[in-house]
Design a protein around this ligand. Structure first.
Ligand code: FAD
Length: 416
């Protein structure tokens, strides 16, 4: 069933009784050409592009919970491609270009909103760093503009420009950045993959990886053994756990990241704003709630909730940036498990184990990467060759001395 304005109109005339489920609930088959572990954004996008672009449709996506129960449904929905380093920049720009055509491509309303992303700077040194980043973006053909203080004030007059500790001097603006309704991305990719023959199997936990003579032949699951030609891991915060099932130790740590939503307000902030002097960023959802977050909690955990100390920290940073927030009430908060890599950049690569492919290390920036990650991972699985924009995301880059350290902070995952 295709979704369109006409179909909504006709369904309305017939009491909305003819809508069909967006995707099936199939029983697992004994064998698939490709099994993808993890029904988050990346696993589903990989299945979608495998079927739609690379002609590989005998594919299963195995998800231990329900679709959207992981980070794809827990993030703060920001998309952007404002990266400095050559290894990152073309990849994230490919992703932004895919976001721009995604809703037409998979025929689902994901509420892609290119409302702009503004990173504020508060010192001369920070302005110089943002100028450098903006220039790198423009050299790669990515949109970037450096705004001075008055240009920022014209956009967002309610910011605390004269804060004694963190005066706002300007910002780096990417007009094509913005937000996307996060769980709709999971549903849209699932629907698109399912309609092309992919089996999406929810409540199916992978508990072991079977190898014969060193070659991966399938997975043990809570619904029995499933054989496969190729096995692809896209389990985000549980990447180390699933890779360990094949005896692989990853350069990844799992950390909690929290997000918050406020009570609904009238239209207030029409772009995404990030504070440059503390861990706080904010946008406004279409329902009116402010959506905001900060840094990871800073300790290893698999719990999808965080500590109160970070709640306090985020609230303080928010009020330092927008004093009016002091009168705002938090509505709810939650946490997700981040797969923090040693250099803050992801891994899309084959592993030393035959037939085992890895998509991991997204840290807290993997939502914006979803389309390009799925596309490039599908390319790797189907052709056994890296896509040109993802060549730098190798698993062995740490031992070879080629980290992609966007923040320049060294091999400490909790700092990226
Ligand atoms: C609070 C928060 C805010 C964020 N904000 C942003 C943002 O604004 N912009 C941005 O770009 N990124 C953001 N991120 C990061 C982004 O959400 C993640 O990097 C990205 O979603 C990870 O990829 P995924 O969607 O495939 O992960 P997930 O949705 O977590 O998918 C992985 C899936 O694997 C499943 N799984 C795990 N183990 C098994 C198993 N053994 N068997 C079967 N299934 C298994 C899990 O249940 C899960 O559904 C944020 C994350 C959080 C938590």
């Amino acid at each position: 069933m295709r979704y369109s304005a006409l179909s909504i109109f006709l369904q309305g005339l017939t009491g909305n009784r003819r809508w069909t489920p967006a995707f099936r609930a199939p029983e697992p088959k004994p064998y698939y050409d490709v099994v993808i572990v993890g029904g988050g954004g990346h696993g589903l996008a990989t299945a979608y592009y495998l079927a739609r672009v690379f002609g590989v449709a005998n594919v299963a996506v195995l998800e231990k919970g329900y679709l959207g129960s992981g980070n794809v449904g827990r993030n703060t929905t920001i998309i952007r491609s404002n990266y400095l380093l050559p290894g990152n920049n073309p990849f994230y720009e490919l992703s932004l270009k895919l976001w721009e055509g995604l809703e037409q491509d998979f025929n689902f309303n994901a509420m892609v909103s290119q409302r702009g992303v503004l990173n504020l700077y508060h010192s001369d040194a920070q302005r110089d760093a943002y100028t450098r980043r903006g220039n790198a973006m423009r050299l790669h053909g990515v949109d970037a503009e450096l705004l001075d203080r008055e240009a920022v004030r014209a956009k967002l007059p309610f910011l605390d420009f004269d804060n004694a500790r963190f005066p706002i001097m300007g910002g780096l603006h990417q007009p094509r950045g913005g937000t996307v309704r996060h769980d709709a991305v999971a549903w849209g990719y699932a629907r698109g993959a399912d309609s092309r023959g992919v089996d999406i199997i929810q409540h199916c936990e992978v508990t072991g990886i079977r190898r014969e003579n060193g070659v991966v032949t399938g997975v043990e699951t809570s619904r029995g053994f499933i054989g496969c030609g190729k096995l692809a891991l896209a389990t985000a915060g549980h990447s180390s756990v699933t890779a360990a099932m094949a005896g692989l130790r990853l350069p990844i740590e799992s950390h909690v990241l929290q997000a918050f939503v406020s009570e609904g307000l009238k239209p207030f902030i029409d772009c995404v704003v990030t504070f440059g002097a503390g861990h706080f960023y904010v946008s406004q959802s279409d329902k009116g709630g402010l959506v905001f977050g900060g840094d990871i909690d800073g300790y290893n955990s698999y719990a999808q909730r965080g500590a109160l100390s970070l709640v306090e920290h985020v609230a303080e940073a928010g009020v330092a940036l927008i004093p009016a927030l002091s009168r705002l009430r938090f509505l709810r908060s939650w946490g997700g498990i981040m797969d923090m890599s040693m250099d803050g950049s992801p891994i899309i690569d084959r592993t030393p184990i035959e037939n085992l492919y890895l998509n991991a290390g997204w840290c807290y920036g993997g939502f914006k990467a979803t389309p390009a990650s799925g596309y490039c991972f599908a390319h790797l699985i189907a052709r056994d060759a890296s896509h040109e924009t993802a060549r730098a995301f190798r698993l062995d880059r740490f031992e070879r001395g080629y980290p992609i350290d966007e923040k320049g902070l060294g091999a400490q995952p909790n700092l990226h």
